[in-house]
Design a protein around this ligand. Structure first.
Ligand code: HEC
Ligand code: HEC
Length: 363
């Protein structure tokens, strides 16, 4: 059945005073079942889902930080262990054809078991252990039974979390209002010029859009040189106070070399040598909210990403032939940045508010 969650939409539209729909510029999706969304949100925010009760999904996909993590290139996971890649945004993840930077997973419902069971992320020893813990918590037994006949199971934990993730639709940006809503004053002339630069320099070969929609990704894999560079140069982290939620922050001790974890990208999934250091094209929707950038978080600002492309990426044998050096003057750089900033959805704020409006305690 195709329907919208009318109440949520009315609330969101009223709070941002917007005329566009959250999915303007995106294909219409089947809205997830609201009770499944509410249960999934509770799970998403709950630190008790990690083996020692310290880490929730929302601490690496932080709502206030674009459902990504702005302060760390790669997250700190279970017991302080290093996670090897940057936290991707979960905004619009409903539209991804493949999941993870290397595309090793395909459905949201299955994907959840990867962080839950990873020794570097939530540290659970088995699916059974997670299900048993949830069964032992009074608030989940009844909550699951109210939504799913079969109660708490491998399927329903995945389905609930996926329903919540599928509700994180954030289109209707100023760019969408201009291009798809035909509102010529929705963006500045700088942003319009920036869009022309984006097309002219071939960015849309990979960050694709069509006449009807703009995903700004083709969900395919390319070598831009970032992976190659990462393998050759181990980054140094400085001492930092890292905020993981409204109430929890950690301080990293001493400057330290992040533990060097080998990362060969898409090759790890396919075993094909031509896939070495290829990563999925990330969407550019809401990109202004999701610094730092690239699969390893190695680039800290959008301006530096633009400079990276102007230099033609990083040379290596597998560099994609479409990544070529080009020149922009200062005005053009600002225009390209204005365009990228026009991709921020006005609906994100309401999704953040909704994420924190559940009250499961100290999360
Ligand atoms: C310790 C930090 C951490 C925790 C906790 C965590 N994630 Fe992630 N998440 C990541 C990182 C890092 C990636 C990218 C990994 C990769 O590509 O190999 C990721 C990727 C994802 C993706 C794929 C997104 C995409 O664009 O392909 C989804 C979906 C996701 N996480 C959902 C969840 C859910 C649901 C939970 C809780 C059950 C969770 N994550 C817990 C760090 C975390
Ligand atoms: C050949 C395909 C390709 C082309 C052409 C391309 N990109 Fe990318 N882009 C990628 C891939 C792949 C990544 C991710 C690399 C990684 O994770 O290491 C990326 C990452 C980015 C990011 C970081 C997003 C994030 O969330 O981390 C931005 C911003 C970006 N590209 C903008 C551009 C712009 C602007 C252009 C044109 C000048 C462009 N891209 C051209 C494939 C491409």
């Amino acid at each position: 059945m195709l329907y919208r969650n009318i109440l949520l939409f009315v609330t969101i539209a009223a709070s941002v005073g917007a005329t566009a729909l959250p999915d303007l510029g995106l294909p219409v999706t089947t809205a997830p079942e609201p009770r499944e969304v509410a249960l999934g949100k509770k799970l998403f925010m709950d630190r008790r889902l990690s083996a020692n009760g310290t880490l929730s999904c929302a601490m690496c996909h932080i709502p206030e930080q674009g459902f990504a993590q702005n302060q760390l290139a790669t997250p700190v996971g279970f017991n302080g262990r290093t996670v090897k890649r940057n936290s991707p945004t979960l905004l619009n993840v409903a539209y991804r054809k493949v999941l993870f930077h290397d595309g090793r997973e395909f459905t949201l419902a299955n994907q959840v078991w990867s962080p839950l069971l990873s020794a570097r992320e939530m540290g659970n020893v088995s699916i059974g252990a997670v299900i048993k813990r949830l069964q032992d918590l009074d608030d989940y037994e009844t909550a699951f039974e109210a939504v799913f006949d079969e109660g708490i199971s491998i399927t329903t934990v995945g389905a609930a979390l996926a329903a919540y993730e599928n509700s994180l639709i954030a289109g209707g940006s100023p760019f969408d209002e201009w291009r798809f809503g035909k509102n010529t004053s929705a963006v500045t002339s700088d942003a319009k010029q920036g869009f022309s630069i984006f097309i002219r320099h071939g960015c849309s070969n990979c960050h694709t859009l069509s006449e009807e929609f703009a995903q700004f990704t083709d969900d395919k894999f390319y070598n831009t040189g970032i992976g190659f560079d990462r393998s050759m140069n181990v980054p140094i982290r400085e001492t930092q106070l890292i905020r993981l939620s409204e109430t929890v922050a950690i301080k990293t001790s001493q400057s330290f070399h992040a533990e060097h974890l080998n990362d060969l990208g898409r090759y790890e999934m396919t075993g094909k040598s031509s896939d070495k250091w290829k990563y999925r094209t990330p969407t550019l929707r809401n990109v202004a909210l999701t610094a730092p950038y690239m699969h390893d978080g190695s680039i800290s600002s959008l301006r530096q990403v633009v400079e990276f492309y102007m230099k033609g990426g990083i040379k290596n044998d597998g560099l994609d032939p479409r990544i070529l050096p080009f020149t922009l003057n200062e005005t053009e750089i600002k225009q390209l940045l204005s365009f990228l900033e026009s991709l921020t959805s006005p609906y994100v704020e309401a999704l953040v508010h909704d994420a924190r409006d559940g009250g499961i305690g100290d999360y």
